[in-house]
Design a binder for this molecule. Structure first.
Ligand code: ADP
Length: 910
């Protein structure tokens, strides 16, 4: 039974009691007397004035609204024992809702009805409220069950339902913004013809806060607007209505109804319920969403960082771990709650004990835990996985909890280890380096020492503590202080400097330091500090000084040397030459550089020179030769010249260092010696020569005597005369040849060696000597190679050698024959050659040389001949001549006598 029914029952009860006990007019309600046909006879009662005008005795139906008329069809007798709900047509178009019964009265019927307008209104109201409530809980339910992603959409649909249900043109739900504590329109709905007051996401500030005490607030005139002027703008100055939702913390949401003045059947409580039905589940879902997102974020964060929480469980020796942490630790399978000891198995044995002890300290003493541990991974080759474990106590007393987290710090840790190792290496390097590394801080233009590497101590016996700006300057050698100040100025000006100065160590000894420094500036270009290094270059500096000193000594030596000393390039260009060389070349030493040695050499000499230099190698870098030069405006000069090649690392000739000695005088005296020896030979040969010339003279005299005899007899035939004259002519020619050759032989040698055929010399020699030898009974045996060969030198000098050898042989032979008249003396001259040498053998059968004298016969002035006969120069001069031609004169005793050999190198075709 509804409250409306109760109320109705109560009203009904009272009205029937009045009807029985006190029938005093005017009775309450409506009393309608009807005849048997249901025609109205009379109407009285308190409700009578409310009825509309009606005609006389109308049927009851005429007084009723059409829908009620149906309930009273037929006659009143039929209506008995029914409760009749009748709506009478009231005055001014109103309807009078009544409920009544009919009972017999006199001959007719009496209808007694009471007003149930209130009752019906109340019931309708209650029904509406119930429907509203049902709708509200439906909305609530939908909000509670919909997926989080559809939440805004669902709420908007519900605002739409609310708008339609309560005919609210604009409706919106405002929530407190988490961040700035102002109000934000979470969602809104407006009818298509309604003004648009709000939009989703709109911030409407804090104006709603002032309404916190209100239950539901109407902004309808005359009171609402005046009281809350700030809200007008929110509601566009139209009628409005707003309902709060309160949770534990105060108002958490407002339901805004715009362009709306409220409905009579909705009480404040109904509005509050409606607002709560929407806001409570929404806020709870939003909280749920936030929580969910936070969890997701936490999960993601743990995953990304390789981290996760853990909690030590009291009194159980167990630990609870975040699933993400288990995943990170690589033991997903293991339960998230496990015995502490089992879990500690995951930690590297090297760190396990310590971690265990610290966890105990955390649990028993509440000591915060912070440790770095490695995981127990089998693979030793892999770099270890490092975790930072941190833990703390939450809460007090019985509520205490021990929570913490583990964070993968392998990257940092391994980098740190690497950096530490690199640092250690660097420190080591710096400490063990012979250089001192230092840092000077820039303070107002001064550089103050702030760091020295450990190598300072071994170098100077000092430490950083002893080094101040001033003391540093004091240690610099007084002579070098200017250098030091200059170094600092240059460093500040140019940003880097390299200098060398002396610094005193603790024992008072000075060290030469090579200082290389660089200035570091900040982003603005202001100097910050200078870093640099000191290298002890004492030894090097002293050595350099020594080298310099010794170079100076050598320079003096070179300058003062009487020898010619020079350096020249492979192209014979002088790089350096000393004073004696300059003197010879008639210039100043400074002018020598750039001159070419070849300019003073004949083409042949130059060629030979270049060839000789070309043969220098790093293995055999030295070569000596006698060179002949054509000095400016002078006779030929002869220099004994010694070259030493200087090579680069590839063995290429870089330059030649040469020492020369003027040999011209020696050479001249040698030439003179040769000449005089030649003259001596000639003199000695005078007898032979006389014979040579006498012989043709005798032949001619005989021919002339014979011709004169014939002429005297008168039988001088023309043929006979011709024959005699021809004979004389031949003899004249022969004599002329001898004289000619003697003249040639007597001349001085050419300056330079010439190529010639040695057979020429043999021939010349024999032309001078053979007749004389024959005259003395000495046989000359000649065997010559037919192929012409060339040697280089002076043909007259070779001739002189051969004359010497043949004259000596002759002397030995004649001497021998004195003792042995039977001796048939002969001299054999034999030439031969191979690819490289020409050899001329001169042999006799004069008995040879005493073996004890063999070694001495080439010595100058060695002779076995009587004084006035032998000079002892023949062989020694000959030896010199042959040697000068690059050959060798040797002797041995043959079967019959001495055997001399002149060996000469063949001239190359070039
Ligand atoms: P000289 O002929 O003026 O003595 P040399 O230098 O020509 O001077 O000779 C030196 C010496 O060598 C001679 O005195 C002689 O004793 C010896 N000698 C040279 N040739 C022969 C030879 N063919 N047989 C024997 N002795 C020789």
């Amino acid at each position: 039974m509804t409250s409306g029914d109760k109320l109705f029952g109560r009203l009904l009860g009272r009205s029937s009691a009045q009807a029985i006990d006190t029938p005093a007019p005017p009775s309450a309600g409506l009393h309608v007397l009807l005849d048997a046909q249901g025609r109205v006879l009379d109407i009285h009662g308190t409700l009578r004035p409310q009825l509309a005008q009606y005609a006389d005795s109308p049927p009851l139906q005429d007084l009723l609204c059409t829908h009620s008329a149906v309930a009273v069809e037929g006659v009143p007798a039929d209506w008995q024992r029914h409760s009749l709900d009748l709506d009478f047509l009231g005055a001014a178009g109103h309807v009078l809702h009544t409920r009544g019964t009919i009972e017999a009265h006199d001959n007719g019927w009496r209808l007694h009805a009471v007003d149930i307008g209130d009752l019906l209104g109340g019931r309708r109201l209650a029904e509406q409220r119930e429907q509203n409530q049902q709708l509200a809980s439906l909305l609530s339910e939908q909000l509670r069950v919909c997926s989080l992603s559809r939440l805004p959409e669902v709420l908007n649909e519900q605002l739409c339902s609310v708008a339609q249900r309560w005919r609210i043109p604009c409706v919106a739900l405002a929530l407190l913004d988490q961040e700035d504590q102002g109000w934000v329109i979470y969602s809104q709905y407006a009818n298509h013809d309604a003004p648009l007051f709000w939009h989703t996401g709109q911030r409407i500030g804090t104006c709603l806060d002032s309404l916190n005490g209100t239950t539901a607030l109407s902004l309808q005139a005359p009171y609402g607007r005046g009281e809350h002027p700030r809200l007008h703008s929110v509601f566009g100055n139209a009628d409005g209505f707003l309902v709060p939702y309160r949770d534990g913390q105060g108002v958490a949401a407002w339901l805004l109804c715009g362009a709306y003045s409220g409905q009579p059947q909705m009480r404040d409580r109904d509005w509050l319920n409606l607002a709560a039905a929407l806001a409570a589940p929404l806020l709870s879902r939003l909280r749920e969403q936030r929580h969910h997102q936070q969890l997701e974020r936490l999960e993601a964060l743990q995953g990304l960082l390789g981290t996760g929480w853990f909690e030590l469980l009291p009194n159980s020796g167990e630990i609870q771990l975040a699933p993400q942490l288990m995943r990170n630790l690589g033991s997903e399978e293991a339960p998230t709650r496990q015995a502490l000891d089992t879990w500690l198995e995951l930690i590297h044995p090297a760190d396990r004990q310590e971690l265990h002890s610290r966890l105990r300290d955390l649990q028993t003493l509440g000591k915060p835990l912070l440790a770095s541990v490695r995981l127990n991974r089998g693979d030793a080759a892999q770099p270890p996985t490092w975790y930072r474990v941190q833990g703390q106590v939450l809460g007090v007393g019985e509520q205490r909890r021990w929570v913490g987290f583990m964070l993968d710090i392998s990257d940092i840790k391994n980098q740190q280890l690497q950096a530490d190792a690199a640092h250690a290496r660097l420190d080591n390097l710096i400490a063990s380096s012979p250089a001192v590394i230092y840092v000077q801080r820039y303070v107002n233009g001064a550089l103050l020492p702030v760091f020295f590497s450990d190598s300072l101590l071994p170098l100077l016996g000092r430490t950083l503590a002893e080094c101040s700006h001033d003391s540093l300057v004091q240690w610099v050698h007084p002579d070098d202080r200017d250098l030091y100040f200059q170094r600092t100025r240059q460093l500040l000006r140019e940003g880097s400097v390299r200098s060398r100065y002396r610094v005193q160590d603790k024992h008072g000894d000075y060290h030469w330091l090579l200082d290389e420094a660089k200035l570091l500036r900040d982003d603005l270009g202001v100097p910050v500090e200078a870093i640099g290094l000191w290298l002890d270059v004492t030894d090097a500096t002293l050595a350099a000084q020594q080298v310099k000193d010794s170079e100076e000594r050598y320079r003096i030596l070179v300058e003062d040397s009487p020898a010619m000393i020079c350096r020249y390039g492979p192209d014979l260009t002088l790089i350096f030459g000393n004073t004696p060389l300059a003197n010879y070349l008639e210039c100043r030493p400074a002018q020598l550089r750039g001159l070419n040695l070849g300019d003073w050499l004949s083409a042949e000499q130059r060629e030979a020179f270049v060839q000789r230099i070309g043969q220098l190698t790093p293995e055999f870098p030295v070569s000596t030769a006698e060179i002949s030069l054509q000095l400016p405006g002078r006779e030929h000069a002869w220099w004994v010249w010694s070259d030493r090649g200087v090579f680069d690392e590839h063995g290429a000739l870089v330059e030649v260092q040469a020492v020369g000695r003027d040999n011209t005088e020696v050479r001249r005296s040698q030439q003179q010696l040769t000449q005089s020896a030649k003259m001596a030979t000639l003199g000695e040969m005078a007898t032979g020569l006389a014979h040579e010339i006498n012989q043709p003279l005798n032949v001619m005299r005989m021919a002339i005597v014979n011709v004169l005899k014939r002429l005297g007899n008168g039988d001088a035939q023309i043929d006979y005369l011709t024959e005699k004259l021809q004979r004389i002519d031949a003899q004249v020619q022969r004599a002329a040849r001898v004289v000619d050759h003697m003249r040639v032989f007597g001349r001085r040698s050419e300056v330079e060696q010439q190529p010639f055929d040695p057979a020429q010399a043999v021939e010349g020699t024999l032309s001078l000597l053979s007749e004389g030898l024959r005259g003395k009974g000495v046989e000359v045996r000649l065997t010559q190679a037919d192929i012409p060969v060339q040697v280089k030198g002076y043909v007259d000098q070779l001739e002189q050698v051969l004359i010497n050898l043949m004259v000596n042989a002759r002397d030995a032979l004649l001497n021998q024959r004195e003792n042995n008249p039977e001796l048939r003396p002969w001299i054999a001259v034999h030439t031969e050659h191979d690819s490289r040498h020409v050899r001329i053998w001169v042999e006799d059968n004069g008995g040879g040389i005493d073996p004890r004298l063999l070694e001495r016969i080439f010595e100058p002035f060695f002779t076995t001949k009587p004084i006035g006969v032998g000079t002892g120069l023949g062989l020694s001069v000959s030896y010199g001549i042959v040697e000068n031609m690059g050959g060798r004169l040797s002797v041995s005793n043959g079967e019959h006598g001495a055997r001399f050999c002149v060996e000469l190198p063949r001239a190359t075709d070039a």
